[in-house]
Design a protein around this ligand. Structure first.
Ligand SMILES: Cc1cc2nc3c(=O)[nH]c(=O)nc-3n(C[C@H](O)[C@H](O)[C@H](O)COP(=O)(O)OP(=O)(O)OC[C@H]3O[C@@H](n4cnc5c(N)ncnc54)[C@H](O)[C@@H]3O)c2cc1C
Length: 366
């Protein structure tokens, strides 16, 4: 079998890989390799699907701001990708255990009194609500709509998604990457590492290191809303120290204990103990009891040590789209635009330009 040629090869068909593949597709032949039989089955298919402007470090906030423009433009020309879903960052008297590092900058949210918090979220138990911060412009993201739109764009420009085709071995010679798959070798000048929890492994296979990437498991569960009512119009509620959150999901509520246990890259499952902790916190915050957990799952949020994503070429010429942590869906359109600008040698968005050093995969090299 001869060596196949592509202008761009993307490893991984989660939201990161599909978004960059769609952005590159008008500019050359794009091949996306995905080890699974379907796209988006790992982190992308397991998220809470929330867009939150103040979420994350400043570089993430900048990518989110660019992404927001894309989401809103897409809504003007087709099905909207965002649906309004306020977030109540709750200050509570309940002892929920050790505080986590808060990921959202609450300075961007509107402070609310206990009475206002209860008006926004009447399902909370009045005795435990001390006040909070309200983020009115947060939204649910239609993740399926987003990724299927990217796939359509990729295919419309002659790009190709190869499922059940892992990138097995990677080598580089004279400025060209060679990627081995069970269906033969592919040669490309531009190799994009968008392998999610496996991105560190891909970096090691490519001989360039793993940037210290660590996948962290996050568990989730589906329960009925108190009283069995339809909670579709309720806001998302996040304890202000991010120890638990719950948000409406298809007529029920999704709960998460905000766990962050290091894991190997794998098809990860929910931790029963952590789910029980989230259920207990939910019962305390709502004064209700959970009769049944309908369904649980977990996904891997993958971070580099400083929690800033890595977007850019490293010194060996590998392009990284990795370490998106808990923001990979909401930043995807912004990160893909940045990736395409860097790969195609175009000027980058002025909102993101000040953060290029922070986002560079070379920031760890001495
Ligand atoms: C419980 C939970 C809640 C979350 N909530 C939110 C949220 O509200 N908002 C938000 O923006 N983000 C959220 N996230 C984070 C978000 O899901 C991730 O940041 C994002 O999905 C990462 O996308 P990705 O494409 O990098 O990774 P993935 O979706 O994991 O895709 C990587 C792909 O690479 C493939 N791959 C790996 N190795 C190979 C190989 N050798 N060859 C070929 N293919 C390979 C994998 O099979 C996988 O499909 C949440 C995550 C979790 C787990």
């Amino acid at each position: 079998m001869g060596v196949q040629q592509a202008d761009f090869v993307v490893v991984g068909a989660g939201v990161a890989g599909l978004s960059v593949a769609a952005a590159l597709a008008p500019h050359g032949r794009v091949l996306v390799l995905e080890q699974e039989a379907h796209p988006g089955v790992h982190a992308t298919g397991r998220s809470a699907a929330i867009f939150s402007r103040p979420y994350g470090v400043p570089a993430v906030q900048a990518l989110s701001a660019v992404a927001r423009r894309h989401f809103e433009r897409a809504g003007e020309t087709g099905e909207p990708l965002l649906a309004s879903r306020g977030i109540l960052h709750l200050v509570t008297s309940v002892e929920l255990g050790e505080a986590h590092t808060r990921a959202s900058d609450l300075a961007h949210c509107e402070p609310v009194t206990a009475a206002q918090a209860l008006e926004l979220a009447p399902h909370l138990a009045p005795a435990v609500v001390e006040g909070g911060y309200y983020e009115a412009d947060a939204a649910d993201i239609d993740v399926h709509g987003l990724t299927s739109g990217y796939l359509r764009q990729l295919k419309a420009h002659g790009g190709e998604l190869r499922l059940a085709t892992p990138a097995v071995a990677i080598s580089r010679e004279g400025g060209t990457w060679r990627v081995e798959t069970a269906a033969g070798a592919i040669s490309t000048p531009v190799l994009v590492n968008a392998a999610g929890a496996w991105a560190g492994e891909i970096g090691r296979r490519a001989g360039t290191g793993d940037l210290g990437l660590t996948p962290l498991r996050r568990s989730a569960a589906i329960v009925d809303a108190p009283g069995g009512v339809d909670p579709s119009h309720w806001p998302m509620v996040v304890d202000a120290d991010e120890r638990v959150y719950f948000k409406p999901e298809a007529g029920k509520l999704m709960l998460s204990p905000c766990d962050e246990a290091p894991s190997e890259p794998c098809d990860v499952y929910a931790d029963d103990y952590e789910v029980a902790v989230a259920v207990h916190a939910f019962e305390q915050l709502t004064g209700s009891s959970v009769r049944r957990v309908h369904h649980t799952w977990a996904g891997l949020r993958t971070f580099v040590p400083d929690r800033v994503p890595a977007v850019g070429f490293d010194r060996n010429g590998l392009f990284w789209m990795a370490g998106q942590g808990g923001s990979g869906v909401q930043i995807a359109p912004g990160a893909a635009a940045l990736a395409a600008d860097l790969i195609l040698g175009r000027a980058v968005d002025p909102l993101v330009a000040p953060h290029l050093g922070a986002l560079s995969p070379n920031r760890f090299a001495g």
